[in-house]
Design a protein around this ligand. Structure first.
Ligand SMILES: NC(=O)c1ccc[n+]([C@@H]2O[C@H](COP(=O)([O-])OP(=O)(O)OC[C@H]3O[C@@H](n4cnc5c(N)ncnc54)[C@H](O)[C@@H]3O)[C@@H](O)[C@H]2O)c1
Length: 383
């Protein structure tokens, strides 16, 4: 089996998810390639301890990412750091000859994203993708195949959302994701926007304009010493876009909701597409269930299919067992490594987000900020 030697820069929540997926690689079947964690980097030594305790193959644990990038026994890096560091560290990794799985939003703002795209153009041999795992749920992969084979007829409406509610608690302590300096002016959209845009952008739907309403509930939260400190970022965003299917140019409303304060929701990523021939719905609230409706005249009835483990990248897991978050993380990494190895993925929606797609995301999120500022509809230019 071919081995890709990885460095992880940023050993927090997502760094651990990747390492755990790498440790469970044996659950995948028929893979020609596997990752091996060789080096880790975090500015906090404490954050690296879990990695060095659980992965004896780690040859370097350092607080300086440059040291990690200098190593010739690291082929690729996963960089999962706060947004203000994306431009610097993604750029350095690519220039050092490493392939890259970056995190969203792939640059704190549009200027940072453009700078990363420049480095990619200067280093054309590098393979780079952006992490986004939810479309790898079996029901979403099935919906993706239906989009690919144009089973919906004329699209009437698409609604995509990602909703949390932990920020409903005013006592939730402050962290970097609630500061403009580290998270960016996009606020909740920087955290969640790529997640809701992954499928619409991959579908090729053209977003023509955006009207956005952004809101903030609490402007202070407990700081490190327990005293209130400013909480600067947008909590909730609702974007109503005019989108069009390039096949027939027919416009349809595309609603994108990214919310940190959505009462009753824990971590709900959802997607709904309504069409003249077929409609479908999926939410991680019901991770096993695909809902769909077919219309060919006569009665209309929503049906449900329990998906089990109908995984795009086959695994040893019994077909009747349900799929969860850690499974789709593993699927996303299988996609990254397969595409890097063979140049192919089994279907349009089986590929990770490309750098070009992150640029499209930035165009839409920047327009949303402008729409909020001017309380108007912002038209997107074709680039
Ligand atoms: N794909 C997803 O589902 C998902 C979920 C959460 C977060 N994210 C993204 O992952 C990235 C990281 O988020 P997280 O939740 O893992 O954050 P986190 O705060 O848990 O981890 C970030 C880590 O980066 C480290 N760090 C900070 N500065 C550093 C530096 N200069 N050099 C090395 N390490 C440094 C921190 O010490 C911390 O351990 C962000 O881009 C975020 O948007 C993605």
């Amino acid at each position: 089996m071919n081995v890709v030697r990885f460095g992880i820069i940023g050993c927090g929540l997502m760094g651990r998810e990747f390492a755990s997926a790498a440790a469970r690689w044996c659950a995948l079947q028929g893979m020609e390639v596997r990752p091996e964690i060789r080096a880790v980097c975090d500015s906090s030594p404490e954050a690296m301890r879990w990695f060095t305790e659980h992965f004896p193959g780690i040859a370097l644990a350092t607080a300086d990412y440059r040291q990690l990038l200098e190593r010739s026994d690291v082929d690729a890096v996963y960089v999962a750091v706060p947004h203000h560091l994306h431009q610097e560290i993604y750029g350095a990794a690519l220039r050092a000859g490493k392939d890259l799985m970056g995190e969203k939003p792939f640059g704190i703002d549009r200027a940072a994203n453009r700078a990363i795209q420049d480095v990619l153009r200067e280093n054309p041999g590098r393979f780079a993708r952006c992490s986004s795992e939810f479309p790898f749920f079996p029901a979403m992969q099935r919906i993706g195949r239906m989009i690919e084979s144009r089973q919906f007829g004329t699209i009437l409406e698409v609604n995509a959302g990602f909703r949390h509610s932990s920020d409903l608690d005013p006592g939730k302590p402050m962290n970097w994701k609630r500061t403009v300096a580290a998270n960016g002016a996009y606020g909740c959209m920087g955290d969640l926007g790529m997640h809701v845009l992954h499928v619409p952008i991959r579908a090729g739907w053209e977003v023509r304009n955006v009207r956005a309403i952004l809101t903030r509930l609490y402007d202070r939260r407990p700081g490190p010493e327990g005293r209130p400190v400013p909480c600067e970022t947008w909590d909730n965003a609702t974007l109503l876009c005019e989108a069009a299917d390039p096949q027939n140019q027919a416009p349809f409303p595309l609603t994108l909701k990214t919310q940190r304060i959505a009462p009753g929701e824990k971590n709900s990523w959802s997607f709904e597409i309504l069409g003249s021939h077929r409609s479908a719905r999926f939410s991680t609230r019901h991770p096993n269930t695909l809902r769909f409706l077919e219309y060919g005249g006569g009665e209309q009835a929503w049906q449900r299919i329990e998906m089990g483990s109908e995984l795009t990248f086959p695994s040893i897991t019994g077909k009747i067992f349900e799929t969860g978050f850690s499974d789709v993380i593993l699927q996303m990494w299988a996609s990254f490594l397969s595409e890097r190895f063979s140049g192919q993925v089994p279907g349009r929606f089986a590929g990770c987000v490309t750098p070009e797609e992150t640029a499209r995301q930035h165009q839409i999120l920047t327009a949303a900020l402008e729409s909020q500022d001017s309380a108007s509809v912002v038209t997107l230019r074709t680039e």
